[in-house]
Write a protein that binds this ligand. Structure first.
Ligand code: ZN
Length: 239
């Protein structure tokens, strides 16, 4: 049973706490001179907002706003769950199988302008280099669409001297000029997470790298490369 004395203490403490809050609020809104009047009205006039309403409601609202503004927690999807299209491409040479995969390399298409490229265009360009066909394993478009390019189990042609142990992802666009879209960034993160899970790769700055970490190039561009640590953090969070 709660004794009257306890109740009295409780009530007094509550009153002090509420009054302090009220004074603080009044000070913020420059109402201190009218405090006595306001307090009286609060007691006498039941229609006037109660102290509880005045000081607790805004906190509730704030929590609701925070909850509402929180970005949705991204859901992890495996490679097969990701909606990756696989257009038919004709490769002109056989490609050796990759024996192991420890690293994921991020590229940008890096054409002279920050424009979208189709997989077929990139494939034709790489055929023009005398390669078997498109050198990247995946293309991530500005609208977030992911396409399979070179068969995932074959050695790629995207990072000279580092193709035997890497998977290459190309984000279409030129990120020395432009900035990737949110859709493209999210799709790249999802793809990298799925690849990490698929190949048992622990995401870090040595396992998820930019092309420039391995070769003398500025790929994947000044607007993507500095954001790779953030991408790695997001991949870690979703795995
Ligand atoms: Zn590159």
């Amino acid at each position: 049973m709660i004794s009257e004395k306890t109740m009295e203490k409780f009530t007094r403490r509550n009153f002090i706490s509420m009054t302090t809050k009220f004074l603080a609020g009044a000070a913020v809104f420059g109402l201190t001179p009218n405090f006595a009047e306001a307090a009286e009205k609060t007691v006498d006039d039941k229609k006037i907002v109660t102290l509880d309403d005045a000081f607790l409601s805004p906190v509730k609202d704030e929590k609701e706003v925070l909850k509402f503004d929180m970005p949705p927690i991204p859901k992890f999807q495996t490679l097969s769950e990701l909606n990756i299209s696989a257009p038919r491409l004709r490769f002109v040479q056989s490609m050796d199988q990759r024996k192991f995969t420890s690293t994921i390399v991020i590229h940008n298409a890096g054409l002279t302008r920050d424009v979208e490229s189709s997989l077929q265009e990139i494939h034709r360009m790489h055929l023009g280099n005398g390669w078997a066909g498109v050198g990247y394993h995946f293309i991530v478009h500005k609208n977030g669409v992911i396409e399979h390019a070179r068969p995932i189990d074959r050695i790629g042609a995207h990072s000279y001297k580092h193709n035997r142990y890497t998977v290459g992802i190309c984000m279409t666009g030129n990120y020395n000029i432009g900035v990737p879209t949110r859709e493209q960034t999210l799709a790249t993160e999802k793809l990298v997470a799925a690849l990490c899970q698929n190949y048992d790769i622990v995401p870090s700055i040595t396992t998820i790298v930019g092309h420039r970490d391995l070769c003398d190039t500025d790929c994947p561009g000044f607007n993507v490369y500095p954001r790779l640590p953030e991408l790695i953090q997001n991949v870690k969070a979703v795995l």
